[in-house]
Design a protein around this ligand. Sequence first.
Ligand code: PHE
Length: 489
Amino acid sequence: MELSTNEIKVLLFLRDANKEVAENEIKIETMSDREISSAISWLEVKGLTKVDKSTISQYSLGKEGNRYLSEGLPEEIAYSILRKEGKIPLGELFRRIGDKEGKIAVVQLSKLGIKPIGGVLNYSEIKNFEKIIGERKRFLEMVSSGVSVADDAELIGHFKKREGIIAEKKVTERHVAITSIGLEYLSTYDTTAKIDSLTSEIITSQEWKTKSFRRYDLNVPVERIYGASFHPLTYLINKIRRVFLEMGFSEMHGHYVEYAGWNMDALFIPQEHPARDLQDTFYLESDTEIEFEHPEIIDIVKKSHERGIPGYSGWGYEWGKERAMELLLRTHTTVNTIRYLYEHNEPPVAIFSVEKVFRHESVDWKHLAELFQIEGAVYSKDANISSLKWLMRKFYERLGFKDIKFIPSYYPYTEPSMDAVAYIDGREIELGGSGVFRPEVTKPLGLKQSVIAWGLGLERLAMMYYGLSDIRDIYESDIDWLRNYRIRF
Ligand code: PHE
C-alpha cells in the first residue's frame, strides 16, 4: 500500500500523539486544515486510522444577545431603576425601557422574587442578584468570544428559553486514532519523503535520479466523476440530422410564429377544418405589423380553395382573407416545407427540419403541447408513392426501425396519404404521417414537379429509444437518467 507524503505526515503525528485526538487539534506545518482532513479520510479508507464522529453543539450570540452584552440585561436595568426609585408602575417601566424589554424584565424579576402587585413593581432585595447577573453576563461573554460553554447546562438551558439571545449549531467532530495496522505500516514501510508528483524541475534538475517516487495505487477507491454529456433529446436530434445529411437532404429552418395563411391555407387546408379551431391551435394577438411574406399567394390560394385548378374542383366555399391573416404558433413543420419550396422552386430539392411545433393539447403521458417535429420532403420528378415508401423505409431503418408497415390515412394536403407504423416488442407504434402533395397545393404555388413529405414527433420517438413510459419524463431532467441513459437500438 502506497501512502502520500501528507498521509504519512498525519500518520506519524497520530503515532506520536499516542491517543485519540480531535481533528482540529492536529496541526502539521506545511499542511492546511483541508489537506489534513483529506489525509484523515484516506487513511480511514485504508484502515490505518480509526475515526469516531460525535456531534456537539456550538453556540453564538443572537441579535438580542449582542445587545444585552453591551447595554445590560433587561432584568438588570429594571432592578437598578427599582433600587434607585423604590417602586415603578409597569406602564412607566415599559415606556422607559421599551415594551419588549419591560415584559422580559418583569418575567425575569418574578422568577427572582419581585412580582408586580396591582400593576406596580416594588423594590425588595434579591439575594445574590449581582452574582446571578454576573454569571449570566460572563456566560454571554464566553459565547461571544467563542470559548466553549458546553459544560454549563444550566445557563444554556436558561438562555435557550429566552428568544434571540443564543443560537445553537450542531457540528460533527471527528476524533482520530492510529490503528494497529497503521502502526504496523509505519514500522514496516519506508516513510522517508517520496515524490508525489513529477514536475519539470524534478526532471531538469536531475533530482529524479536520487529520490524515490510514490507508486501509483490503482486500487484506491475514488469518487466517480461525471463528464458533460448531451441531453438525450439533443443526442437523438443530432442522430436524426446525421441520417438526413447522409441521405443527401439539407436542413431548412422556419419560424415559431406564422400566418394561418402559410400554416394552413397554402397547404389547401379548408378554413372550416377542425384543426383550425382554437382547441388545436394557439392563435396570437399582435400590436405590431408582421409582414405577410409573399402576399401574391393570397389570390392564388383563394382561387384554388374556392374553384380549384383545372381538373380539380376545389372546396367550393367562400374563402376569407381575414382567417388567413390570423397569427398563430405553427402547428406543424409542413409549413416549413411549403414555404421553402415556394422560395426554392427549382427541382430537385431534398429538405428536412427538426423543429418545435405547438398544439393546444392537454398534457398527459403521451401528449405534449410543445413538441419537436421531424419533417422530410423531396421535390422531384421521381417523387411518387413508391419512392416515398422506399425513402421512409430507408430513413426509419437508419434510425433503428426495421419492421415498418404503411396504413392509409388522410391529410388535406396529401393524396394519397399514409401513416407509418413500426412493430416493437409485438406492439404497434405510430411513426407519423406522410403523403404526396395534392396538385391543389403544388400547382398554384408554381411547383413543376411532385412533392412527397413525411413528418413525425420527436418525443414519441425518444420514448421508444429510451424505453420511457411517460413522455413528460423527457423534460423532467432526472439527473440519474441524464447521466446513465442508454439507447435501445
Ligand atoms: N404535418 C403532419 C402532422 O402534423 C404530418 C405530415 C407531414 C403528413 C407531411 C403528410 C405529409 O401530423
